[in-house]
Ligand binder design. Structure first.
Ligand SMILES: [Zn+2]
Length: 140
C-alpha cells in the first residue's frame, strides 16, 4: 500500500477525570501508560487497578513511544462519516517496548508496513483541541 497516510482531525476522544492526564500528556507529545507501584509491570489501557496483581495503585509514567507492529489492517470503508475522508487508513496493534499493546493508526509513509516493523509515536490533532497518539514507521 504505497503512499502517505494522514489523519483528518475527525472526532475528539471522550475524556474524563480518570483519563485526563493521558490526554494532557498527549497534547505535550508524550505517551503515558500506567505502571503498577506494587509489581512494577506496565499496562495499557488505563485502569484503576493493576491488570497483573490487582493492586489498586497504578501510576502514570511516560512510555518510550517506541514499539513494533503486532498486527495491522487497512480500513477501506467506515460507517463513521467523521473518518470517511481518511479512508483508506491503517489501523494497527502496536506492542510498545514496555510490553503493553495499544490500538493506533499508522500514519506517514506507508510503504513497508509489516508485522514486526519498528514504529514510533507521533501526535495528531483530533477534534478542536485533543491530540491522539498515532505511530509511523521508525526508519532511524
Ligand atoms: Zn501489579
Amino acid at each position: 500500500m504505497p503512499g502517505t497516510l494522514a489523519r483528518a482531525p475527525g472526532l475528539p476522544p471522550l475524556t474524563d477525570d480518570f483519563s485526563q492526564p493521558y490526554w494532557d500528556a498527549a497534547r505535550q507529545g508524550t505517551l503515558l501508560i500506567q505502571r503498577c507501584r506494587t509489581c512494577r509491570r506496565y499496562q495499557f489501557y488505563p485502569r484503576a487497578h493493576c491488570a497483573h496483581c490487582f493492586a489498586d495503585d497504578p501510576e502514570w509514567t511516560p512510555a518510550s513511544g517506541r514499539g513494533r507492529i503486532h498486527t495491522w489492517t487497512v480500513i477501506r470503508r467506515t460507517p463513521n462519516a467523521e473518518f470517511a475522508a481518511d479512508c483508506p487508513y491503517v489501523l494497527a496493534i502496536i506492542e510498545l517496548d514496555e510490553g503493553p499493546r495499544m490500538t493506533a493508526r499508522i500514519v506517514g509513509e506507508s510503504d513497508g508496513i509489516a508485522c514486526d516493523r519498528r514504529v514510533r509515536a507521533v501526535f495528531a490533532r483530533a477534534g478542536e483541541t485533543a491530540v491522539l497518539p498515532d505511530f509511523c514507521l521508525d526508519r532511524g
